[in-house]
Ligand binder design. Structure first.
Ligand SMILES: [Zn+2]
Length: 236
């Protein structure tokens, strides 16, 4: 296999990575993990791309800046009123004094109570709650998707990973990162299907992706979502 060096263009205030596409037609822009990726048909020269980026630089800088703000917003203090995501729900945290417990109050409030309120205790309570929800939800989704994929895991375990959403070993055991439960349902489904498909194909070759696509034709949207937003999942 040959490895082609990545083309980049340094502009005033940002660096663009050029990804050559086989499609004809227009140039596409994508923000991925706070970086600009330019999807460009191979017929377009670097000079042409430079001119195009120059004409769009105000728009690009605004987008990159907005993204930076999103990243810095992830700082949490674990106080009442802070927003937390749980599958497709937007929850507001409510911290109160009382016996230890974490529960949903209706569809929009997540209540954490403890005898003495301390932010790291609140965080730990939330992690425990998310792990439990992840176990229940992911087990359900695995039961749903197993017959569709045609593969059944030996066991499902919820773990804490820094930089992966799930894993699969040759004994047929699946592991999932609890943090994924903070992502939309469709994204969780894509991770579930991804790992189930590894029970059939222990690689990321064409056969593997064909199987994923057969079960989830829109899996690429979820993949992109994780690339763009995945860094915001979890509690630090
Ligand atoms: Zn994989």
């Amino acid at each position: 296999m040959t490895c082609k060096a990545k083309e980049t263009i340094a502009m005033n205030g940002f660096v663009a990575t050029i990804k050559r596409t086989r499609r004809k037609g227009s140039v596409g822009f994508r923000l991925s993990s706070g970086q600009l990726v330019v999807l460009a048909p191979s017929a377009i020269s670097i000079t042409e791309l430079q001119l195009l980026l120059e004409s769009k630089s105000a728009w690009i800088l605004a987008k990159l800046e907005a993204r930076d703000q999103v990243i810095s917003k992830v700082k949490r203090y674990y106080r009442s009123g802070e927003p937390f995501t749980f599958l497709d729900q937007e929850l507001v945290l409510k911290v109160c004094q009382g016996a230890f417990g974490t529960r949903l109050n209706g569809a929009a409030e997540l209540v954490v109570s403890m005898p003495k309120v301390k932010s790291d205790w609140v965080r730990n309570a939330l992690v425990r709650w998310y792990k439990l929800q992840a176990q229940v939800h992911i087990e359900q989704r695995v039961s749903y998707f197993s017959p569709l994929v045609g593969a059944w895991p030996k066991s499902i375990e919820i773990k804490t990973y820094r930089a992966r959403w799930g894993s699969c070993n040759s004994s047929g055991e699946l592991q999932f990162n609890w943090k994924i439960i903070m992502a939309p349902t469709a994204v969780v489904d894509s991770v579930v299907v991804h790992e189930l498909c590894h029970l059939l194909h222990m690689h990321h070759g064409p056969d593997f992706w064909a199987q994923v696509k057969r079960v989830l034709p829109n899996y690429k949207d979820a993949k992109q979502w994780l690339k763009d937003e995945g860094h915001g999942l979890g509690l630090d």
